[in-house]
Structures are given as structure tokens and as C-alpha cells.
Design a protein around this ligand. Structure first.
Ligand SMILES: Nc1ncnc2c1ncn2[C@@H]1O[C@H](COP(=O)(O)OP(=O)(O)OP(=O)(O)O)[C@@H](O)[C@H]1O
Ligand SMILES: [Mg+2]
Length: 425
């Protein structure tokens, strides 16, 4: 791997333990923007510090899950260490690696996924010289506290990094706000601290996020969600007459019996999905609830004679799912109902111009102007109102467009390359 000269923040994250002005800290916390170069320097610094300070000692390297840890941290780290002359013997099946330099002094690094089931039990009982927690704000507090409690050896230190979350998050309150009491060095990163990001890429990230997610992922601030959930939605950009024919179709459903049911018909035109028509039935407003069969008839009417094969539906709508499956016309996809990830992906899809709404879809257009965050909540949560078309759209995005912004970009580029190749062929 070719490195650009490290930025000042990156050098600090690498070497703080060896510098006279920072070596007395017991911990380091790097937070801030996405892709700002935190993990690379921290993981390298962690192994260098361990090699300089200990021999025959165990350490823990923890990520959100073992899979994400291997992909984002371990694989690039071991590659880099080998190129620097370290010997790294990885025991993949047992989740550890023995790392030594010049054949003298060897430490063992155990790998953990903080969110993986049983991970707190696995780390329990170990004695560690240090722990690196990558993406610490995404791990359960119980796991993080267990990992910290394992660091009982003299000279042990704690290494944390994360992207910001809600300011009520326990890690922010316990560690970032109380960093002096904890004797922790705090390094705040922005994208400018990563010398490998070009101006163009930085601008692309800036375009991808808005609202609280912009503040968090681009500016790196611990910001409360507030106001509209989709502030990037603009009539001038996102509302438009759909084309007369689309290449493929889907229907997404948020099903309610007392609450409204909202179904959206989506059609794909190139890289853009249009919401063509919708069905929105509010039993309270109408004073009359509808049976599953009646909703099913409306679903069929929404599809009309278009070749709609797939219906994406709220996984908790068991009776409606059974009803759709009984009729056998549509294939059912049970939606991924993770609210915050879904909101983030939907926001990215809107910002990237991948979703447009026909002016005929008046209920979703109304909800865009009313769907807002619950500012009284102590963690990120949208208010549970004006959220029915919002939910069916989110299910649709999670099923069809649920890669993160960067992945969407690369997927689009790959499709373009294949199209060019087909033409050439
Ligand atoms: N000095 C550098 N030279 C070359 N590449 C770098 C350098 N610093 C960082 N990178 C690369 O930039 C990308 C982002 O770095 P890294 O994963 O460390 O950022 P991060 O702040 O941890 O991001 P996230 O918050 O998204 O986890 C990685 O591919 C990394 O290898
Ligand atoms: Mg990282």
C-alpha cells in the first residue's frame, strides 16, 4: 500500500504514546468525519505502541462485527505491517494474530466483534495490555466496559475511534465530555486530515449528506437530529412527471389496520426510480377499516397491467403477507426494517437524485413536509406520525438501493463500464 505523507492529526494518532507532550495519557479518542483517516493511523499506532512497550502480551482489536473488523481494519493493517517488516501470523479460525518485529518480542492480538453474539463473554476473563475499539459508538456499552476492564496490566492503554452520533450517546457523555477526568487525549478529525482524499471526493461526500447526518459525517460533530428527517427533499429536484414506460417495477407497502396503509408503485428509468402512483388508506379518517382482501384488491389495482413481480412489505404485516402469497401473483420481499440505517440510505438516495416522485403522489409529498425527528428522544428517532408513505419508501430503498453512498457510486460506475463494453462488443 502506498501512503501519502501523514497529516499532523494522523501523526499524532500514530505516535502520541511516544511524544513527550502526550505520552502521559492513558487513552486516546479519535472521532470525526467519515473517511478522515482515523482507523488507518490508529490501528498502526496501536501495534507499534504494543511492540515498543510489551512482549508476550495479549491485546484486543475490536470492531462492530468480526466481518467488518476484518474488512476495514485487520486486512489492511496486516498488509501494511508486513510491508514494514513485521512478521504476522494470523490464525483466522481462532481470531487472533501473533505479531513480531525482527523475530524479537511477540504480542498476540485477539479480534472481537462487539456486536456479535457472545462477544462480551469471550473477552471476559482475559488480561490485556491494551484494547483498540474501532467504531466504538456502534458497540454495546456492556461489551466496551468489559473490554476496558480487561486492561489491568501496568502501562496498559485504551484506544478508541468513532464517527459522531446523538449527543446523548453514552460514549460521548462518558468519554468525550469527561476526557480530562479519564486522562484521555482527544483528537478530532475532519476529511482534510486524510491526505489521500481529493477535493472532488470530499465534495462528493458533502453532496451526499444533509441535515444532522451532514453535521456528523462531514463536519464530524455530535449533533442532535432535529427538524425534518429529509431536509434534502426539494420539490424542484425531486418531483417530476415520470416517463411513459419504465424498465422494471416494484411496489412497496407499509401496512396498517388502524393506522394508514401506504403502498407505492415504483418504476425504474435508467439510474432513477420514479414513484409513479400510490394507494394511501387512512381507516380513521374514512371511519371504516378495510380487510386484507380489500387492501389486496387495491394492490392489484395499483399494479394494473404493468409487469410488477415484486412487493416489498413491512415484515410485521403477517396477515397481509399471507394474503399476498395466497394469491400467488406477486413475489413478497420482507423489508429490512432498520429505521436509522434506512433513513440514512433514503437520504443518500434522495441526495444522489436516485428517487423522483410523480406529482400524482400527493400523500407522500405531504409527508415529506411533515415527517420530523423526535427532538425529545434521548437517541435518534423520528416522530411516529406522518410516517406511512415515508416507511414504504424506506422499505423500497432498503430493498433496491441499500448500498451506502460510496457503494452506490461504484455500482453505477460498474454498470456504466458494462454498458460501454456491451456496445463495444
Ligand atoms: N496517509 C494516507 N495515505 C494513503 N491513504 C490513506 C492515508 N490516510 C488514510 N488513507 C486511506 O483513506 C481511507 C480512509 O481512511 P480510514 O479508514 O483510516 O478513515 P476513517 O476515518 O477510519 O473512516 P470511517 O470513519 O469511514 O471509518 C482508507 O482507504 C485509508 O487507507
Ligand atoms: Mg474507521
Amino acid at each position: 500500500m502506498r501512503f501519502k505523507p501523514f497529516s499532523r492529526k494522523q501523526r499524532l494518532a500514530l505516535e502520541w504514546w511516544a511524544l513527550p507532550e502526550t505520552s502521559s495519557y492513558d487513552a486516546v479518542i479519535c472521532d470525526g468525519a467519515v473517511r478522515s483517516g482515523k482507523t488507518l493511523c490508529m490501528s498502526l499506532g496501536f501495534v507499534l505502541w504494543a511492540a515498543a512497550s510489551f512482549d508476550g502480551t495479549s491485546f484486543a482489536v475490536c470492531g462492530k462485527t468480526i466481518t467488518s473488523l476484518r474488512r476495514n481494519v485487520i486486512t489492511p493493517l496486516l498488509q501494511t505491517l508486513r510491508s514494514l517488516g513485521f512478521s504476522c501470523e494470523e490464525k483466522t479460525s481462532r481470531n487472533y494474530a501473533d505479531i513480531s518485529l525482527d523475530g524479537v518480542g511477540c504480542n498476540r492480538f485477539y479480534f472481537f466483534g462487539g456486536k456479535d453474539e457472545g462477544s462480551a463473554a469471550l473477552i471476559q476473563g482475559m488480561t490485556l495490555g491494551g484494547v483498540l475499539l474501532d467504531e466504538v459508538a456502534l458497540m454495546p456499552r456492556s461489551f466496551v466496559e468489559q473490554a476496558i476492564a480487561r486492561c489491568s496490566l501496568p502501562g496498559s492503554r485504551l484506544w478508541f475511534n468513532c464517527n459522531p452520533e446523538h449527543p446523548g450517546h453514552w460514549f460521548y457523555r462518558e468519554w468525550i465530555c469527561r476526557r480530562q477526568e479519564k486522562n484521555a487525549l482527544y483528537l478530532h478529525f475532519t476529511m482534510k486530515d486524510n491526505p489521500s482524499l481529493t477535493e472532488n471526493i470530499r465534495r462528493r461526500y458533502e453532496r451526499l449528506y444533509s441535515g444532522a447526518f451532514y453535521e456528523r459525517f462531514v463536519l464530524g460533530k455530535w449533533t442532535q437530529t432535529g427538524g425534518l428527517v429529509y431536509p434534502m427533499f426539494k420539490k424542484s429536484l425531486h418531483v417530476g412527471e415520470p416517463p411513459s414506460a419504465c424498465s422494471e417495477y416494484r411496489i412497496s407497502c407499509d401496512y396498517g389496520t388502524v393506522n394508514p396503509s401506504s403502498f407505492g408503485l415504483w418504476g425504474r428509468c435508467g439510474e432513477v426510480w420514479y414513484r409513479l402512483r400510490e394507494y394511501y388508506y387512512d381507516a380513521r379518517r374514512e371511519g371504516l377499516s378495510r380487510t386484507d382482501e380489500e387492501h389486496y384488491r387495491e394492490l392489484c389495482a395499483l399494479a394494473g397491467d404493468l409487469p410488477v413481480k415484486t412487493v416489498i412489505i413491512d415484515p410485521s404485516a403477517a396477515s397481509m403477507i399471507a394474503c399476498i402469497e395466497r394469491h400467488g401473483r406477486f413475489r413478497v420481499i420482507r423489508a429490512d426494517n432498520r429505521v436509522l440505517v434506512g433513513i440514512q440510505r433514503t437520504g443518500e438516495a434522495l441526495s444522489a437524485g436516485k428517487i423522483r416522485i410523480s406529482p400524482a403522489c400527493t400523500d407522500i409529498l405531504r409527508e415529506f413536509t411533515l415527517y420530523c425527528w423526535d427532538e425529545g428522544a434521548c437517541s435518534d428517532a423520528p416522530k411516529k406520525e406522518h410516517d406511512h408513505a415515508m416507511d414504504d419508501m424506506r422499505y423500497f430503498v432498503m430493498a433496491e438501493l441499500a448500498q451506502n453512498g460510496a457503494d452506490c457510486f461504484f455500482a453505477a460506475s460498474t454498470r456504466r463500464v458494462s454498458a460501454v463494453k456491451r456496445k463495444e462488443g
